[in-house]
Design a protein around this ligand. Structure first.
Ligand SMILES: NC(=O)c1ccc[n+]([C@@H]2O[C@H](COP(=O)([O-])OP(=O)(O)OC[C@H]3O[C@@H](n4cnc5c(N)ncnc54)[C@H](O)[C@@H]3O)[C@@H](O)[C@H]2O)c1
Length: 254
């Protein structure tokens, strides 16, 4: 595994870290010596991830938060800053959608819920973390978008795709506005990823079919994205600002 000694003791806030890509990202950042704030609404699984990191000698703590709720985010950011003495890295990983739908069939409240979870949450976390990032010597924002925000395909939700496209554009504004404070903002855009949740939802045949459409002939695993985020957080990526890193085995170009 790549080693980034400069990340030691940096404080990394990671939303959606109770499971899936976020949990793997929390583990990898903790392995590099980061102090990890697990920000998730799921306290049971979030605590399990924090405890597992602690048992392997890392530092992680759960901050139970509803990232769609401004008061909850405000409390979370204040709690992390107090517990860890600041915030250096913000990773907005929580997101998702309930089901495939067309615009015509989508209930308005489902649109609102999906955009709120995937886009408003990123705005809230960034807005409230920025004063702390400005005090860091190398502030980083990494937003998790999706291939669904990069291109249109049937197996997605228009609310989700539109929100994830919004995440990439919000990332560019953050990169533009915070560059003078030596804060970079970038996004990663995953493809279907073999998390425990996705593996439980998809049949073997489904997984093989999706993999056959990827030039690398496999689905992503959470570590593929976590490694990309480690790089973007590292000093090696100090001059990379405002990009969307497609972590999809080449699928997006097809
Ligand atoms: N897994 C994939 O195939 C895939 C593909 C492309 C993009 N992505 C994106 O990657 C990110 C992670 O995906 P995943 O599949 O690992 O996610 P996941 O569904 O496994 O986990 C999402 C986490 O977010 C948390 N969460 C949900 N609502 C929340 C809220 N209101 N407040 C705080 N926490 C909340 C959940 O408790 C959960 O721990 C998401 O943004 C997703 O859109 C995933």
């Amino acid at each position: 595994m790549a080693s980034y000694p400069e990340l030691k003791d940096r404080v990394a806030l990671i939303t959606g870290a109770a499971q899936g890509i976020g949990a793997e990202t929390a583990r990898l950042f903790a392995q590099q010596g980061c102090k990890v704030a697990i920000v998730d609404i799921d306290a049971d699984n979030g605590k399990k991830v924090a405890d597992a990191i602690g048992q392997t000698g890392g530092t992680a703590r759960l901050f139970k938060t509803d990232i769609t709720d401004a008061a909850s985010v405000e409390q979370c950011i204040a709690g992390i800053a107090q517990a860890f003495g600041g915030i250096d890295i913000v990773i907005n990983c929580a997101g998702g959608y309930g089901r495939l739908a067309t615009v015509e069939d989508m209930p308005i409240d489902e649109w609102d819920r999906t955009v709120t979870l995937n886009l408003r949450s990123v705005f809230l976390i960034c807005k409230m973390a920025i004063p702390h990032l400005k005090k860091s010597k190398a502030g980083r924002i990494i937003n998790v978008s999706s291939i669904s925000g990069r291109t249109v395909h049937a197996a997605s939700s228009p609310a989700y795709g539109a929100a994830k496209a919004g995440v990439t554009q919000l990332t560019r504004f953050l990169a533009f506005q915070l560059g003078p404070d030596n804060i970079t903002a970038n996004a990663v855009a995953p493809i279907t990823t073999l998390t425990a949740r996705v593996a439980a939802l998809r049949s073997e045949a489904d997984i093989e079919r999706i993999a056959s459409q990827v030039p690398l002939r496999r689905l992503a695993v959470p570590e593929d994205h976590a490694q990309a985020m480690l790089f973007l957080a590292s000093d090696a990526a100090a001059y990379i600002n405002g990009v969307v890193l497609d972590v999809n085995g080449g699928r997006v170009m097809m």
